[in-house]
Ligand binder design. Structure first.
Ligand code: 3PG
Length: 306
């Protein structure tokens, strides 16, 4: 059996070492492809292995169909919109994620982003504080829950909307549950996005929703760029100079946003939410363990294409 780590954006070296050790301890071969720029290198790596560990690397139908011995793909992270699940299922390949392993890293970044915008990107002018402000958490999964905990430490009032998590589960964290995204955006000056990108959510953060946000609105996106309706956000920002947008995933229209709304936007140079040593170690170890458990015991606990 062979486990290959194929990551355009590398893990911390210690995390790679952890996967290598786990693979070798289990008697498996280990291979590494990092920082690749040619898609063909990724295809070749996926072709020549039994198990593949990836990050946001795109396991498209083309990549999956080119494989002949691949049995399992683990997305070391939460969102698996980068894997063509249908193609994987057709090929009998198990796809998994590692939920929760990088949530604290992403949540810390989200709160750091809230501070950056509250302080006007550290431009030396008088900014504002988070204390007493309303934080709206749009989707209360592992990251949203962690944002709630940290935001409480800042003295913010926390609200959440999640169509799938029970009211009781959210309320026991001292978070106020709202019945719709509309109400969340209407009452919260800060909104932190944690929805996945899928057919239902793509471009769902639109003018209608965003225009409900109160004066001094700050939208924080550590989720996916695809959920934003970029043209409608541009329309809103043309109308409202008080609206700010900070994202860890730069929009397709990055240049237009930055040229027109310099003081109202900030985009990280490269997606950094999960890019900490701790998150890499957690996600790497979980990936290796899940692969070994699958091969040795048929454990499909974290399978996402059942
Ligand atoms: C996730 O879905 O876990 C995050 O978006 C992390 O993505 P990355 O591994 O590409 O940094």
């Amino acid at each position: 059996m062979k486990i290959t780590v194929a990551t355009e954006k590398p893990f911390a070296p210690a995390a790679v070492g952890r996967i290598k050790k786990a693979a070798e301890d289990a008697g498996y071969e280990f291979a590494l492809l990092e920082n690749y720029t040619d898609k063909q290198d990724f295809i070749n790596a996926a072709k020549d292995t039994d198990a593949l560990i990836i990050r946001s690397d795109k396991a498209t139908r083309e990549v999956i169909e080119a494989t002949d011995r691949l049995k399992i793909i683990v997305r070391a992270g939460a969102g698996y919109d980068n894997i063509d699940l249908e193609a994987a299922t057709e090929k009998g390949i198990v796809a998994m994620n590692t939920p929760g392993q990088n949530s604290n890293a992403v949540a810390e970044l989200a709160m750091g982003m809230a501070v950056l915008m509250a302080r006007g990107k550290y431009n030396g002018k008088s900014g504002t504080e988070l204390l007493g402000k309303k934080m709206g958490i749009h989707a209360y999964g592992n990251v949203g829950k962690r944002v709630a905990t940290i935001a409480k430490g800042f003295g913010m009032e926390i609200f959440a909307y999640d169509a799938f998590v029970s009211k009781e589960d959210i309320e026991k964290d001292g978070v106020k549950v709202l019945d719709s995204a509309d109400v969340l955006y209407k009452i919260c000056q800060y909104v932190s996005l944690h929805i996945p990108a899928n057919e239902d959510t793509k471009q769902s953060i639109d003018y209608k929703l965003l225009s409900k946000m109160p004066e001094g609105a700050v939208l924080i996106n550590t989720a996916r760029k695809e959920v934003i309706h970029e043209d409608e956000m541009i329309k809103l920002m043309n109308e409202r100079s008080d609206f700010t947008y900070i994202s860890d995933i730069a929009p397709d229209k990055r240049t237009e946003f930055e040229e027109k709304f310099e003081n109202q936007v900030f985009f990280t140079p490269k997606k950094s939410g999960a890019q900490t040593v701790e998150a890499n170690l957690n996600a790497a170890f979980a990936s290796a363990t899940q692969i070994i458990n699958y091969f040795e015991n048929g454990d499909t606990t974290f399978q996402v294409n059942k």
